[in-house]
Write a protein that binds this ligand. Structure first.
Ligand SMILES: [Zn+2]
Length: 274
């Protein structure tokens, strides 16, 4: 179809002969509904009522809204870069505490920032007037120097550092759970899910189990049952059987349930009545 929006020939608006393809039609409607809803979010306007405003608001209005959103995003980025505390960390400006990893050198940091980012850190750092003042160092024996650096940089910047690896996402998810840092948890979950594949599914399953992360565990288990041949005959599965026998039991049950579903699906009357 010679769509007046997306066709390469559509350079001139030609009323009344313009036609629009279904993709452009649906896209435009959804975009307008989304932007109107976004616009009226504070008044709790539903998509249905937002759609009804289309005739008045139209695509030109939607374009204006998109430009506004771009401006807002630019403002948010500037604000983020203003709030970024990494310079204070890297240049050790007025640092007043050492955070000690299980191995490797300690990292100088700031008490106030650590206390502001985690209730657990706040309690660890709290000095009671009746007791001796809090120590000038806190220890994280379960974390390596790199892992602790990754955690501290996240607290100062709000993002996992670029140099951090997939393994760091796992240890950071566990740290987020232990030190109650919900935003770190969310960032790690997002990154782990994006990188989830059959070859790392067993590792993800174990991390999800440690953190009681239901969503992550379900996703990992689902991938494992889909790629059971690759996973169950891998060296990682032997290791899992040695260290986490109950997870092997869960995998076996999930596989049997999946097989049962598949069997039922292949013998369903819908399929056989053709
Ligand atoms: Zn089109």
């Amino acid at each position: 179809m010679d769509c007046c929006i997306c066709s390469p020939m559509a350079s001139v608006y030609r009323p009344p002969r313009n036609t629009i393809c279904s993709s452009c039609y649906q896209g435009a409607r959804s975009m307008i509904a989304f932007l109107n809803e976004h616009d009226n979010d504070r008044e709790h306007v539903t998509i249905a009522s937002a759609v009804s405003q289309m005739a008045v608001q139209g695509m030109s209005h939607a374009f204006e809204k998109m430009k506004e959103m771009e401006e807002r995003e630019k403002g948010t980025k500037e604000k983020l870069s203003f709030l970024d505390g990494l310079t204070a960390l890297r240049e050790r400006i007025h640092t007043d505490i050492l955070v000690k990893p299980g191995s490797g050198p300690p990292i100088p940091a700031h008490r106030a920032l650590l206390a502001a980012k985690s209730e657990i850190f706040r309690t660890m750092l709290m000095s009671d007037e009746c007791k001796a003042p809090a120590e000038d160092a806190i220890s994280f024996p379960e974390l390596s120097h790199d892992e602790l650096k990754c955690l501290v940089e996240f607290l100062y910047s709000g993002g996992l550092p670029e140099w951090s690896t997939e393994k760091h996402s796992y240890s950071m998810l566990i740290a987020a759970d232990k030190y109650d840092i919900p935003f770190l948890r969310k960032s790690c979950e997002h990154r782990i899910l994006a990188a989830l594949r059959p070859s790392n599914a067993l590792e993800v399953l174990q991390v999800a189990e440690v953190c009681s992360d239901v969503e992550l565990k379900e996703q990992a288990m689902s991938l494992i049952t889909k790629h059971a041949d690759d996973v169950v005959f891998s060296a990682g599965y032997d290791e899992l059987a040695r260290n986490n026998a109950h997870l092997c039991v869960e995998i076996t049950r999930a596989l049997l349930t999946e097989m049962k579903h598949n069997r039922e699906a292949t013998t369903s009357p819908d399929e056989t009545s053709t």
